[in-house]
Design a protein around this ligand. Structure first.
Ligand code: PXL
Length: 281
């Protein structure tokens, strides 16, 4: 049977993040992609003001009940931007609709650059640790890692010196100890000009770096997580999927960087042919 993945995150109608990234990217990976929108926003919350927000928690239980009646099940789950009240329902959905051996990929979307996103309060990270505990893979950035662990954010190491390898490997162990099977930590750097990811499976740490593109762009975490999830579902190893996600983000950023007017997201659409070439070669 072909693989079917369920992704649970918001629809930001405009802004190239969350479901408007996950649906095309995972579909391009050849994986049937079902969606459960956690909320609908007119735009994402990073840089726009006055956006609308409709919470869809109230629909989730009825959707689950219908899926159960129809015997609808999934080979993989990938969660992103969700609310605190949705976490127990999501755990229930995973438990009740998982096919044997189903993959659980949790991107603990809540923060970046040392700060929680608008709309997340200080009690959210603790609840998110519950979703991380049962995951096959969690994909925090360094800020999210520190919120999950309740420790101060160490900084971005842009010029070297905020943290070292021992610090990152200690973080990986503590994240693993939340109860997940694998950790992919994003936004790791040990030398100026290089940026990448650290993977940990409870035994070995591996790293993958690219040349740093010296600009922050919105939605890169979602572009990363979606391509990672698609590759993992295709049977790529953790390390292969982690590296492919990083390369796809670089391609998407390179497709965007010369367009000064494009401030709200990355033009990942232009990099889809690259992703497909890599996946189907
Ligand atoms: O890219 C993560 C994300 C997802 N969804 C919404 C967001 C953000 C980041 O700001 O605002 C609505």
């Amino acid at each position: 049977m072909d693989k079917r993945l369920l992704t649970i995150q918001d629809i930001s109608c405009v802004g190239q993040c969350s479901l408007t990234v996950a649906l095309p990217v995972i579909s391009a990976c050849g994986i049937e992609t079902a969606v459960l929108p956690s909320s609908v926003l007119s735009t994402h919350t990073g840089g726009f003001s006055g956006y609308t927000f409709r919470d869809l928690t109230g629909d989730m239980e009825a959707i689950l009940a219908h899926w159960k009646k129809e015997h609808i099940t999934f080979d993989a789950f990938y969660t992103g931007y969700v609310s605190k009240a949705q976490i127990p329902i999501i755990l229930d959905i995973m438990q009740q609709t998982a096919r044997p051996g189903a993959l659980r990929i949790v991107d603990p979307v809540m923060a970046d650059n040392g700060k929680l996103y608008a709309g997340f309060d200080d009690s959210f990270p603790q609840e998110m640790t519950r979703l991380c505990a049962g995951a096959d893979v969690i994909l925090p950035n360094l800020t999210e890692a520190s919120f999950l662990l309740g420790i101060p954010y160490a900084g971005d190491n842009r010029n070297g010196g905020d943290y070292d390898k021992a610090y990152i490997e200690d973080l990986l162990q503590k994240l693993f100890d939340l109860g997940c099977k694998n950790v992919v930590l994003t936004g790791v750097t040990f030398e100026p000009g290089r940026l990448g990811v650290a993977c940990y499976n409870g035994n070995a740490v591996s790293y993958y770096f690219n040349d740093r593109i010296d600009k922050t762009m919105h939605g890169t975490g979602d572009v990363y997580a979606a391509s990672f999830a698609g590759a993992l579902c295709r049977g790529w190893t953790l390390e292969q999927a982690a590296a492919l996600g990083a390369d796809f983000v670089v391609e998407s950023m390179n497709a965007t960087i010369d367009d000064e007017s494009h401030w709200y997201g990355v033009k990942f659409e232009k990099a889809l042919p690259y992703l497909i070439r890599r996946l189907y070669q």
